[in-house]
Design a protein around this ligand. Structure first.
Ligand code: PEP
Ligand code: MN
Length: 333
């Protein structure tokens, strides 16, 4: 962090800034220039907030030179992290993980049929929502505990680990009761910091989806909450962001996906289903995601999308999922 002083700042003001820096257990380094003076802040700058310095007399601006996140970055850990979800490995040299299943668990028959179908095609994990974050309170809200029970049965029948969304810290014991393999944190809860902290204490892996208006820095800082609590099993998920473009549901931000693969050691998967919002774009976006470095895909799949209670428009039928998986595997050979 660098504190730039105003031209008119007096030596007394410079000394006062240096004293405040020292009071925060940090070192100051005063640099006198022809026009103005700047003061470098050295040490663990998380101990101080820009707001503590910007208001001091004589200060013109405070520049942050290092990023706010630490543990998620490759400076902290150079090699790819591998996240193991009940034997399924994300990241490193492992092939892309295929996660497939319905947006929501609608019934036992529907979920078991889809689970068997995606297993046969070679998917590695089953997804399905029991607690659904719906924009309208009148839309189907999910089967809740009954949904978790059905997912657990589908796992027992197929051997596929399950990932499902949690929306409230109150439900953590219920997820533990059914031994859910991975918590999904939905886009709308990426900054539910209380939930992030409490989930970090469960020692279960999480699939952290990017908020629809979150910057890449905010996304990484949300992941940092887990690493700061000593929980390293975080898989990031790019699921599309909101922009001015209205012809598709969201825009799959492959820039950020590729950028995060550069700057972070955490695995990143892509969710082209929620990005596109229409089934015909899912396969090309899935393909592009793998080319951009995604460590896996999460694909909404339904046995009868025309009748789906949620996100039918973007759900693939099993035969389309099969073609998608063939294309993806031809790319990774
Ligand atoms: C989902 O995965 O079904 C979902 C609601 O996703 P998102 O949180 O990305 O909107
Ligand atoms: Mn969905």
């Amino acid at each position: 962090m660098i504190v730039v002083m105003q031209n008119s700042a007096t030596q007394e003001m410079v000394d006062h800034v240096a004293k405040v820096i020292q009071e925060h257990d940090l070192k100051d380094e005063i640099m006198y220039g022809d026009q103005r003076t700047a003061i470098g802040v050295l040490g663990d700058v998380t101990k101080i907030d820009e707001g503590n310095l910007i208001r001091l007399p004589g200060v013109k601006e405070v520049l942050r030179v290092s990023k706010k996140y630490k543990r998620v970055s490759r400076e902290y850990k150079q090699d790819d992290s591998v996240v193991d979800v009940s034997g399924v490995k994300f990241g490193g040299d492992n092939p892309p993980v295929m996660i497939a299943g319905p947006c929501t668990v609608e019934s036992r028959e529907q979920t078991l049929e889809i689970a068997e179908g995606v297993k046969k095609l070679g998917a590695n994990m089953l997804r399905g929502g029991a607690f659904k974050p719906r924009t309208s309170p009148y839309s189907f809200q999910g089967l809740e505990e009954e949904g978790l029970k059905i997912l657990a049965e589908a796992r027992d029948k197929t051997g596929l680990p399950i990932v499902t969304e949690i929306m409230s810290v109150e439900d953590i014991p219920l997820f533990q009761k059914y031994d859910i393999d991975m918590f999904q944190i939905g886009a709308r809860n990426m900054q539910n910091f209380d939930m992030l902290k409490k989930l970090a204490k469960t020692n279960k892996p999480v699939l952290l989806k990017r908020g629809m208006s979150a910057t890449s820095e905010e996304f990484l800082l949300a992941a940092e909450y887990f690493l700061a609590e000593g929980s390293d099993d975080v898989v990031l998920c790019e699921r599309g962001i909101r922009t001015f473009e209205k012809s598709t549901r969201n825009i799959l931000d492959l820039n950020t996906l590729a950028l995060i693969r550069e700057i972070s050691h955490l695995p990143v998967v892509s969710d082209p289903s929620h990005a596109a919002g229409r089934y015909d774009l899912v396969t090309p976006l899935a393909w592009a995601s793998i080319a951009a470095g995604a460590n896996g895909l999460i694909i909404e799949t339904h046995n009868n999308p025309d009748e789906a209670l949620c996100d039918g428009a973007q759900s693939l039928k099993l035969d389309t999922l099969e073609k998608l998986m063939k294309r993806v595997s031809s790319l990774t050979k």
